[in-house]
Design a protein around this ligand. Structure first.
Ligand code: NAD
Ligand code: IPM
Ligand code: MN
Length: 355
């Protein structure tokens, strides 16, 4: 019935500044496209909550948000007060794992009119997706510390790749590539140095590729792939990567388009057994929090990814078009893009462009 229940979790730092702009744009799109939202606000998954309760989330968090159609999330982390591994493993990483959001879909696009830090690049030269594995790989809980505090101290954290886990992210990436015009997939590897898990990843890519004859594919070791992102961003269409490699590439890609402040992410459970979560790629940015100057576009574009996931594709496309209209105007850009606008000015302009 085109009415959606959205769990809203702003988190920490600039999460609390950009989430309201995302909601403002969702309200604007709702009026025009006839979809309706019920927003339920939650204060957990934040360091404030941790300082009050001694944990990041209530014990029944899964029941509280597991029935929603989607989760609209800001950012977590306030390292001055709570160590990052405590705040992130106690919240965001739990969402991804427990809700089996095994795809982290992160579009990278140079927007019209936005100055590109790479010389000579124009819109169209940079327009690809990073498809990041989001539930296993290097982010595993297998490991530990022995003989703590002694000279014999040992720490280890194993990379875990399962056949199911690798194949399902590759399948998603190949299917995405197949739907796109260029039909090109690039796999990030490091099989020269990481000699067990990465050759396995390569093997599964090759096996999966056999089922997608229309997709042209290649692979690069992550080190030179990072270099190619800077020197040849036009080579890429769909880039599939393990959890850690995908994390790094999805900051590098947006940086090549001017700022990580515009980058969105969909943490998606394609099986739809659990809600998917939509958030900007960036973090809570303690260095600018409270100043009202954060770029709200990453959060707003994440709202568009959420609408796509909910089947509201016209509304989603309208948000992306509104973002492009606003970013093309220098006076509406935030300081990370060299502009004078504050968070609210930029967010309002995008909402107004939708009316
Ligand atoms: P960060 O993304 O928060 O900030 C990196 C730099 O980019 C900072 O200089 C910041 O000011 C700038 N920046 C980020 N987003 C911006 C925006 N929207 N507009 C303008 N400038 C922006 O990364 P960090 O400094 O490594 O991490 C800060 C905290 O956020 C840590 O606690 C970290 O663990 C956490 N973090 C959370 C998430 C998440 O919730 N998904 C993601 C990354 C980092
Ligand atoms: C991201 C973030 C997280 C990650 C951190 C905060 C745990 O960097 O969403 O990209 O590494 O996945
Ligand atoms: Mn990251």
């Amino acid at each position: 019935d085109r009415s959606y229940r959205i769990a809203v979790i702003p988190g920490d730092g600039i999460g609390k500044e950009v989430v309201p702009e995302g909601l403002r744009v969702l309200q604007a799109v709702s009026a025009r496209y006839g979809c309706r939202f019920r927003f339920d606000d939650f204060d957990f998954a934040s360091c404030d909550y941790y300082l009050r309760h001694g944990k990041m989330m209530p014990d029944d968090w899964k029941a509280l948000i597991g029935g929603h159609d989607a989760i609209f999330f800001g950012a977590v982390g306030w390292p001055e007060a709570v160590p990052d591994h405590v705040s992130l493993w106690g919240s965001l990483i739990q969402f991804r794992r427990e809700f089996d959001q095994y795809v982290n879909l992160r579009p990278v696009k140079l927007m019209p009119g936005v100055p590109c830090p790479l010389a000579g690049r124009k819109p169209g030269d940079i327009d690809f997706y990073v498809v990041r594995e989001n539930t296993e790989g290097e982010y595993s809980s297998i490991g530990g510390r022995i003989f703590p505090g002694t000279e014999r101290e040992v720490v280890m954290q194993e990379t875990v790749m399962t056949r199911v886990g690798v194949d399902r992210i590759l399948k998603f990436a190949f299917e995405l590539a197949e739907r796109r015009e260029k039909k090109h997939l690039t796999s990030a590897t490091k099989s020269n140095g990481i000699s067990i898990t990465m050759p396995y990843w390569d093997e599964r890519v090759e096996a999966m590729a056999a089922g997608y004859p229309a997709v042209r594919w290649d692979k690069y070791h992550i080190d030179i792939l990072a270099a190619h992102f800077v020197q040849h961003p036009d080579w890429f269409d769909v880039v599939v990567a393990s959890n850690l490699f995908g994390d790094i590439l999805s900051d590098l890609g947006p940086a090549c388009t001017g700022t990580i402040g515009i980058a969105p992410a969909g943490n998606i459970n394609p099986d739809r057994k659990f809600p998917s979560l939509f958030e900007p790629v960036h973090g809570s940015a303690p260095d600018i929090a409270g100043k009202g100057i954060a770029n709200p576009v990453g959060q707003i574009w994440s709202a568009a990814l959420m609408l796509d996931h909910l089947g509201e594709t016209d509304a989603a496309a309208a948000i992306v078009a509104a973002i492009e209209t606003v970013l093309a105007q220098p006076h509406l850009r935030t300081p990370d893009l060299g502009g004078p606008a504050d968070t609210v000015t930029c967010g309002r302009a995008i909402a107004d462009a939708l009316r």
